[in-house]
Design a protein around this ligand. Structure first.
Ligand code: C5P
Length: 289
């Protein structure tokens, strides 16, 4: 049984990774560069419903609002968009989006012919610079929201805030937010709390964050090629010839554990995973806890 087949069942452990990825993962656990120490209780066998309710309660969407230091002194309260992300979309639609698609940039989406299906959603989330032009047949061309890594935006991890201010001044009408670190680390806590092994003490991948974001804004979420289909490949991105299994299985990010958690709340059939790499999730507004 391959690792991907185990993912389809939601049963994975680091021991199933290649030795190279296991070693990379151990180094991240040992170096613990963000000084993470987990103090919560680990709950192993929560049901899908319990897990959904924990996520709904813990993962309260939060963006930098400029009211905290050091941002308040820098005048950010007037710089960040005046409506919160949730207010923005609920105002535009008068309610949540009905159906949403989260499209990862995984190489496995090539030759999927999922474009039309993806574009039929009310809102589509994509990541970083993932292009649609030239790839419409497989990934569609509608984009409603993008999540951009601070590693990617203006390239290094550290030079994020200056460029954000500049961008806000140049494009005041573009709703552009910085996710609050407390949101990101709260998501990490839920992943660790529901995993027996020690996960990488680094933020969850933007894929996981994007899925949870859309569960806040939408009534139903389809995720494409996060849990890989039978087209699974070491090709990192559909738009680049760069091969590394870490893109799909994780080294820095606790990606394998994130994916296992998402499979535990997947409400779609395994045949969707196999053929489309598609997961079906309920929006939080539809889950009664
Ligand atoms: O590589 P990038 O950060 O642009 O990808 C966005 C997200 O898509 C990742 O954070 C990860 O969750 C997911 N991804 C994946 N498998 C890949 C590439 C990306 O699951 N091969």
């Amino acid at each position: 049984v391959s690792l991907v087949q185990r993912l389809w069942k939601g049963r994975v452990s680091a021991g199933m990774l290649s030795l190279r990825l296991q070693r990379a993962m151990k180094e991240y656990v040992n170096s613990n560069k963000h000084h993470v120490s987990y103090k919560g209780n680990r709950k192993h066998a929560q049901s899908a419903k319990e897990l959904l309710c924990e996520l709904k309660n813990q993962a309260r969407l939060r963006t930098v609002d400029g009211l905290e230091q050091p941002f308040s002194s820098l005048g950010w309260a007037r710089l960040v968009p005046s409506l919160s992300l949730e207010q923005l979309y609920k105002k535009e639609n008068k309610r949540s989006f009905k159906t949403c698609a989260v499209v990862t940039s995984a190489g496995a989406i090539l030759r999927s012919r999922l474009g039309k299906e993806i574009d039929a959603h009310d809102a589509v989330l994509r990541f970083n610079a993932a292009p649609t032009e030239g790839y419409e047949r497989d990934v569609g061309n509608k984009t409603t929201i993008r999540i951009i890594n601070s590693q990617w935006y203006a390239s290094p991890d550290y030079n994020l805030f200056g460029p954000y201010m500049e961008h806000r001044k140049l494009h005041p009408d573009q709703p552009f937010y910085i996710l609050h670190p407390s949101y990101v680390w709260q998501l990490w806590d839920v992943i660790q709390g529901n995993t027996e092994e020690d996960i990488q003490p680094n933020p969850p991948s933007s894929g996981f964050i994007g899925i949870l974001l859309m569960m806040t804004l939408c009534e139903q979420v389809h995720v494409y090629e996060y849990i890989p289909s039978m087209r699974q490949t070491d090709l990192c991105h559909y738009h680049e010839t760069y091969y590394d299994a870490a893109c799909t299985l994780g080294a820095y990010h606790p990606l394998l554990y994130e994916k296992s958690l998402i499979q535990r709340i997947n409400m779609g059939p395994v045949s969707d995973l196999e053929r489309k790499g598609r997961v079906t999730l309920p929006g939080f507004s539809t889950v009664n806890c």
